[in-house]
Design a protein around this ligand. Structure first.
Ligand SMILES: [Mn+2]
Length: 349
């Protein structure tokens, strides 16, 4: 088991110089985000590289209802502060902010120019001591996991398929109560018995290990599962998971200036009194133009429902009529039949 050091020291005034800060799963848009702790973390360190490894924005929540706290704007401001100091900011979208992943090369370049944040689906980070670490969100493994095909051939096919066609696969969906719902690995891990969760994690680590070997890398850092990790895999490669910033386990992975990787943890600093601010205020309070542009872009991607507007009643799929359910052409994957997972898999996390 990885030992996680809890940061009990008071907020520092002089930032700690590190080489890299790996963060993931802020889930902005979800109400339980620990923005205070995340802001403190960003102000504690002075990194050369910041990786935002996906699910930074919870588009699944935002597209239902706009929810933003002033803290989130300050967090983007803090990231832009680092950027202005010369740090490189790389954003690797996840399955909750998958709309960013669909952005064309032109749009990515344009956004990068306007905001200073580079968008990549996955990338390789070279540590100070020369280790090559693949960085990605990690939901790329979901299709392999839930379909149960954790074979080498399955991995290979999956990767070739997405590389050749130049597309990322749609998020996996599973059939629950006659409706297709998005699969959430994080939720599945949380709800399952420890035995089922452990077998999922083992499958994930197996797939991760094979990808690292195939790419000739030394390790992989991702997010997605919300389970922080930093340890050696069976094949000796490094596996890191940034965890999440929703209280309980506020974690990040840092690379020290000599290339050492460490998992750091912040105490729970959530406060529940704040009801959130509207999109125009969120933009208005930004200190940097880049922050304002980023939030405007987020609002464009996930407009949500306009406040005060009568809720549109979305047409519900007809219950019990197969064929209508699978409207978008995704093949339903009957997970329950193949894995020890049950019926709550599709609940969004
Ligand atoms: Mn995710």
């Amino acid at each position: 088991m990885t030992e996680i050091r809890l940061n009990e020291s008071p907020p520092v005034t002089v930032p700690i110089i590190i080489r890299t800060l790996f963060l993931s799963d802020f889930h902005f848009g979800y109400k339980g985000v620990d923005g205070a702790a995340l802001l403190e973390c960003l102000q504690t360190y002075q990194p050369q590289y910041i990786y935002l490894a996906g699910d930074i924005i919870d588009g699944w929540k935002l597209s239902k209802r706009w929810h933003w706290r002033a803290e989130y704007t300050r967090i983007f401001d803090a990231i832009i502060d680092h950027k202005k100091r010369g740090a490189k900011i790389i954003y690797l979208p996840g399955n909750h902010d998958e709309r960013v992943r669909k952005a064309t090369a032109f749009r990515r370049a344009r956004f990068g120019f306007l905001s200073g944040i580079r968008i990549r689906n996955q990338c390789v980070h070279k540590t100070a001591d020369g280790k090559r670490i693949i960085v990605m969100h990690g939901d790329q493994f979901d299709n392999v996991l839930i379909s149960g095909s954790v074979s080498k051939f399955g991995d290979w096919l999956h990767e070739r398929f997405s590389e050749w066609l130049g597309v990322t696969q749609p998020p996996p969906r599973i059939l629950i109560d006659g409706r297709m719902r998005k699969f959430s690995l994080a939720k599945a891990l949380m709800k399952r018995s420890s035995k089922a969760a452990l077998s999922l994690m083992n499958n994930l680590e197996g797939a991760v290990g094979r990808l690292i070997t195939r790419k000739g890398a030394d390790g992989l850092i991702c997010g997605h599962t919300h389970v922080p990790a930093l340890h050696a895999l069976k094949n000796g490669k490094i596996f890191g998971n940034c965890g999440m910033w929703m209280g309980h386990t506020n974690t990040a992975i840092i690379e020290q200036t000599d290339g050492r990787l460490e998992l750091v943890r912040w105490r729970d600093m959530r406060s529940f009194g704040d009801d959130g601010i509207c999109a125009s205020s969120a933009v208005h309070i930004a200190r940097h133009i880049e922050t304002a542009r980023t939030i405007r872009k987020i609002r464009q991607l996930w407009p949500g429902r306009v406040a005060g507007q009568v809720q549109t009643i979305l047409p519900k799929p007809l219950q019990g009529q197969k064929g209508i359910i699978d409207q978008k052409g995704w093949d339903p994957v009957h997970v329950a039949a193949m894995t020890p997972l049950g019926d709550e898999l599709g609940a969004q996390a």
